[in-house]
Design a protein around this ligand. Sequence first.
Ligand SMILES: [Mg+2]
Length: 205
Amino acid sequence: MDPHSSCVVFDLDDTLIDTRGLLLPAALAGVARAAGVPVAKLNASGKRIEEVLAGVEDLTPVRWAAAAAAWRSDDLPPLQPLPGVRDLLARLKGRTWLALVTRGDPLRQRRKIEVTGLQPCFDALVIRPVEAPGTKRDDLRALLGRRGLPPDRCAVVGDDPEDELLHAAALGCLPIRVPNTPLDRIPEILARTGLLVGEGRPWNR
Ligand SMILES: [Mg+2]
């Protein structure tokens, strides 16, 4: 089987890196400092700064701008991919076409990818600005179109039921939710569904 006859699309935040545990607390602390409010006032599940600050009233334009800059800061602490990520990507490399599709502030997302050294693991990288209209469904559709692949030749690995898995299922791709599905089981799932070259090889090294 041609490794280019299938593709696996990965989400970044909380799929390949621990955004919620490692990056979000520092980002929220920076926003709270800049806005002059306690962290507890912020909406920690917001993806856009407008959502994060939704519960904060009477913020001056200067404070608001400083808070937005803190939220989008690309000054990141040292960051490693989640345990098992490097091993998984090494096992998939060359046996299917690998894409990373992420949504967020472009500079910050690019910086996350740089500091973790993940870029060389992927054949394609798509960063959808969080302010842009549309969803990852558009990105998945465009990727499949560019590759000339039908949706059933594509698996989508992510943590967010709405940000990527819903769209994957709606298009007819195979959604794989992490961490519910352990990373080390993914090669076996892809092989079983015919999406990985080398099916029949032993998975455990
Ligand atoms: Mg995610």
